[in-house]
Design a protein around this ligand. Sequence first.
Ligand SMILES: Cc1ncc(COP(=O)(O)O)c(C=O)c1O
Length: 357
Amino acid sequence: MEPRDLSNHTPYRAGGGIEEVARELGLDPDALIKLSSNENPFGPSPLAVTAIREAATASSVYPKAGHADLTAALADRFDVDPAQVWLGPGGDGVLDYLARAMLDPGDRVLVPEPGFAYYPMSARYHHGEVDHYTLSKAEAFEQSAETLLDVYDGHRIVYVTTPHNPTGSEMSLEEIETLAADTDDDTLVLVDEAYIEFSDRPSARRLLDERDDVAVMRTFSKAYGLAGLRLGYGLVPAPWADAYERVTTPFSVSTLACHAGLAALDDHDHVERTVETARWAREYIHEELATHTWHSGGNFVLAEVGDAEAVAAATQRAGVIIRDCSSFGLPECVRVSCGTREMTETAVETLNEVIGT
Ligand SMILES: Cc1ncc(COP(=O)(O)O)c(C=O)c1O
């Protein structure tokens, strides 16, 4: 007995966890600063924590009402029909649902390189074939419709990440619209807005009123600080929004996640503090880090350091966990997530010492 042929499936490699690194280095976890997974340095929204406590006693019941309430709140916020809101276990789950809804076996998808590892994984699980478009380092990882259209060949899904992980570059709404207009009618432009709250640019949500070939993926993992709960959502065009009921795993979002998400949506203070601090931190890193960095619209900054694996390991030994970007195909770069002011200052100081030695 064996699983199906998984030889072209690559396991997802997450940034190092604080407990695991502390154990490995024999350090106190409290002495470590973790800036490797673009998490919220202020933790979860305090209103969400209260909601989780209160909802805990309802954990014996399937989350039908919670699901409906969160969907309605998001529909209200984005001025769409509730059917257009696809809840999922993290943005990753939403990517899976969109792949389930769109891909027939052998359909091709187009993903960015460097880029978020789960796009090709998800497409392959759903029997899709994967092609890449390159965001060129020489051009500061600039994102334009032309970059994709140069290699586009009737793909069923094209994935756009804005702000882009791990580079921080962004694609303007005009370029996304050009891309959608210049690809086939049955090509879905999937806009991953995991980091959009940190950006000054408008969401691709507004394209949904005019087009049926653009979908938006969002998450509660970053600005709302709920990465551990696994909660994300898609916003999809009305004409095919009912596909959700055919592809979703039943009750895929937990009661606790639904209640936490509802509370976090209204926790404006928490989101504001998170976003303001991230904007300060990315400028601070950009200005103070003694090496080349790229402008970022997200809550992280990409930096060129030479041997990323060695630099990330040395920085980690000095108590700051950052992301070695070798797995993104950038073995000379590290990605530093935005921390609180104190965490960010310590990280920059530590990294500067490591680079300078
Ligand atoms: C670009 C991008 N998309 C999607 C995700 C998935 O987020 P989650 O599944 O935690 O919602 C991440 C997580 O880091 C990401 O960086």
